[in-house]
Ligand binder design. Structure first.
Ligand code: ADP
Ligand code: MG
Length: 383
């Protein structure tokens, strides 16, 4: 879909911000540009929508040379999300979301429909459309920033460190959101980041840049198992390198059956279920087994004098993985976030199973670090 051939950007004084970049990106791919500060990521990204003109080389989209297109209409045909959200403070959320459709002169009806449909996608209430950005939290504002990039239904979306300024939980939630939207809507995304975990989590392919040059452009697995050189090795960090025997297992291979409770149950029911099943966490589902939230002992204790309803007391923003996710990724997330467990859902968000920290530790010993003897002696020590 997108092709960059011998693309360079040389600033006055000879500074090569991007130096002979050659990459090809397929339709529907999620590509991360990653590198240290000053490596040329932003420059590379902005040449794609012609906010910066290349000094040399050609960029084509579907075979069409961008330098021959009108830059303004090109820019409107490509979604763009930046670091500091960039919502207009004097415009309502509705007006912010439909900024580009307005420039494209869509009818009011079509704009309103789009805004209403989009806000639903990110689980925010319809009445937020008439609020102003300051009335929303930072994370909510950034969701709107993501929506704005989707509003004109562009196929290609550029994102420049969009979640850099957010706290880790909000960031993780928004990463899930953007990945989910990208897959569901079949968008091509180019995402600039300097966070390797973010790149590994989101990207189909990662483009590692240094001093304006592309050092390696490959899938996360290939980069982790076959780093191109010492620079890449150092950049990704030894703790992430995949050892000789990479685990090809997916979460489906190891998940267990979670204990669930349905939405309309009471807190007393929840406590009874926990005691009976001897668990400290229940997953809350609706009649079709869609994962709606979770409730744990601490949450129950805190909510108990306020409500007797599971749906009021449950925690709604929870981490999850899709079925088919590689175990390596889930291990990384569980260990990094210090999660007790992580639910596995299907494309319709139905709860399929649960990967627990305890069963992950077993698997990590078995397949990544330890051999038989070692894991046995570890078990003995624990006893
Ligand atoms: P990144 O996004 O990876 O941090 P940039 O693409 O912003 O890097 O910048 C790449 C290099 O080009 C940096 O060394 C930066 O200082 C330089 N640079 C960026 N913009 C300009 C400019 N307008 N004039 C001169 N040098 C620039
Ligand atoms: Mg930058």
């Amino acid at each position: 879909m997108l092709k960059m051939e011998h693309v360079s950007k040389i600033y006055k004084g000879g500074k090569k911000a991007v130096d002979d970049m050659n990459i090809e990106i397929e339709r529907g791919e999620f590509v991360a540009f990653i590198g240290t500060s000053g490596s040329g990521k932003t420059t590379a990204l902005r040449m794609i929508n012609r906010m910066i003109e290349p000094t040399k080389g050609t960029i084509t989209i579907d075979g069409q040379d961008l330098s021959k297109k009108n830059p303004v209409s090109l820019r409107r045909s490509i979604g763009y999300v930046i670091q500091q959200i960039g919502l207009m403070p004097h415009m309502t959320i509705r007006e912010n979301i439909t900024l580009v459709p307005r420039l494209l002169k869509w009818s009011k009806e079509k704009k309103d429909q789009t805004a209403e449909k989009l806000i639903e996608l990110v689980n925010l209430p319809q009445n937020y459309l008439d609020l102003y950005p300051v009335q929303l939290s930072g994370g909510q504002q950034q969701r709107i920033g993501v929506l704005r990039a989707l509003a004109a239904n562009q196929d290609l979306i550029l994102m420049d460190e969009p979640f850099g300024a957010l706290d880790p939980i909000t960031r993780d939630t928004l990463q899930d959101l953007i990945k989910d939207l990208q897959q569901r809507l079949g968008k091509t995304v180019i995402f600039v980041t300097h966070d390797m975990d973010e790149a590994i989590k989101l990207a189909d392919r990662i483009c590692i840049m240094h001093n304006g040059k592309v050092i390696q452009f490959d899938t996360p697995d290939n980069i982790l198992s076959h780093p191109a050189n010492d620079f890449v090795r150092e950049f990704i960090g030894s703790h992430r390198l995949i050892q000789e025997k990479p685990s090809a297992k997916i979460v489906d291979d190891v998940m267990i059956t979670p204990v669930t409770i349905s939405l309309e149950k009471s807190i007393d029911d929840a406590i009874r279920t926990m005691v009976k099943k001897r668990v400290d966490t229940l997953f809350v589902v609706d009649g079709q087994n869609h994962l709606k939230g979770l409730i744990d002992v601490e949450g129950l204790t805190a909510a108990r004098h306020k409500t007797n309803s599971v749906s009021d007391a449950m925690e709604k923003e929870i981490f999850y993985v899709k079925n088919g996710t590689k175990l390596q990724d889930s291990v990384r997330r569980i260990l990094k976030r210090n999660l007790k467990n992580i639910p596995v859902v299907d494309d319709e968000h139905r709860l399929l199973g649960l990967v627990t920290r305890a069963n992950i530790v077993d698997i990590v010993y078995d397949t990544i670090w330890g051999d038989e003897d070692e894991s046995q002696s570890n078990q003995q020590q624990e006893q």
